[in-house]
Design a protein around this ligand. Structure first.
Ligand code: NCD
Ligand code: ZN
Ligand code: ZN
Length: 352
């Protein structure tokens, strides 16, 4: 019989989630407490139906989020605007100047959930991008081409060559976040750029590869966009996350959909990880011998890129022999939402 492993503990600054879907209405009320429990702030995605396009809409959405917070929760939503071909540069600049909006989100039209109002013709958003470069407002990008001729597993790498690099060359000084990178190509590209480019990495892309989705039966709760790639890409993402390099930080992309829309003939894309992300990340960083870099990934690098102060307060993570547990699904008015299952026991526990 093996000896029980000694209890180990780390204390990190309270983390930020730099890419989060909170939705609206009943779903917002259901999922918001899951993020507010551990995270101090989150960059809140604007892909509602209809999308959050104007400063006025972002202010109203922010008010709805604050109203849905549990009593006593300290959580700051960092708002974003959904870039459309008719977005007004003056509205964006005013939203930034007032401190309401921290980023603008670019969805190529048709690339992912609720992206129909996104950008088709990049020339039409040129004036907005130039204004953003001038004022230092970051552009967060869902980086996948939508060309049906491009294989879904290649859509991120092709986007970098065909869209991202030309767009950045055409708009010098534009600060960009490559959202939820899933490939070694994304890691390599990010590493070759200056401090005006960063990349978020999700929890689930550090844990699953495409076999987890497809081998031995199709697992809809592992399906998200960009879809998980082969194992070598997962290894590249893990090395990047655990590197401590300032350009890489956590954006969970926790994206709730009710179970009946995931377990469906045409299931929605998105993994819901808000509940167990911090325990899972402690597990992954421990496995990599990089626990001392966890705080950089979750609590420092993102704040630095977004030019925000570091959070006060801390989170304690403790490794115990008894595995951590969480509900298999959370329940609320929209119906059950399955929590991401890593498929292995997790011995790291979170306490405030
Ligand atoms: C996200 C969602 O459900 O809003 N889904 C996903 O698979 N990641 C959209 C997105 O971030 O692309
Ligand atoms: Zn996306
Ligand atoms: Zn997302």
């Amino acid at each position: 019989m093996s000896e029980p492993r000694p209890t180990r503990q780390i204390v990190i600054r309270r983390p930020d989630d730099m890419h989060l879907h909170l939705r609206d209405g009943a779903m917002l009320a259901t999922v918001l407490p899951e993020s507010a429990r551990h995270f101090a702030r989150a960059i809140v995605m604007p892909n509602l139906v209809p999308p959050v396009v104007t400063a006025r809409e972002a202010a109203a959405y922010r008010d709805r989020i604050l109203a849905a917070l549990p009593e006593g929760a300290a959580f700051e939503p960092l708002m974003t605007l959904y870039l459309t071909e008719t977005t007004d540069p003056d509205d964006v600049a005013a939203a930034h100047a007032s401190g309401l909006v921290r980023a603008v989100k670019l969805y190529p039209a048709g690339a992912t959930t609720n992206s129909a109002s996104g950008v088709r013709d990049f020339d039409r958003v040129r004036a907005v991008l130039e204004r953003m470069a001038a004022i230092g407002l970051p552009l967060c990008i869902h980086g996948e081409v939508t060309d049906p001729a491009v294989d879904i597993f290649d859509r991120e790498a092709v986007f970098i060559d065909r869209v991202l690099d030309p767009l950045r060359r055409a708009t010098p000084g534009l600060r960009v976040v490559m959202e939820h990178i899933t490939t070694g190509d994304g890691v390599d590209y990010a590493r070759a750029q200056g401090a005006d480019l960063a990349a978020t990495i999700t929890t689930h892309h550090l844990i699953i590869n495409r076999n987890h989705i497809l081998a031995g039966g199709i697992r809809p709760h592992y399906y998200c966009l960009p879809v998980a790639k082969r194992e070598s890409h997962r290894q590249a993402l893990r090395a990047a996350a655990a590197s401590g390099e300032p350009r890489f930080f956590l954006g969970t992309d926790s994206a709730p959909h009710p179970d009946h829309l995931k377990e469906h003939a045409c299931g929605c894309a998105g993994c819901f990880t808000a509940t167990n992300t911090m325990a899972l990340l402690a597990h992954v960083f421990d496995e990599m011998g990089a626990l001392d870099r966890l705080e950089a990934f979750t609590s420092r690098n993102g704040a630095a890129f977004y030019r925000l102060p570091l959070n006060d307060g801390s989170l304690t993570l403790t490794r115990r022999d008894k595995p951590a547990s969480w509900p298999a699904r959370i329940t609320g008015a929209p119906g059950p939402v399955t929590v991401f299952d890593p498929g292995f026991p997790v011995h790291w526990h979170v306490s405030d």
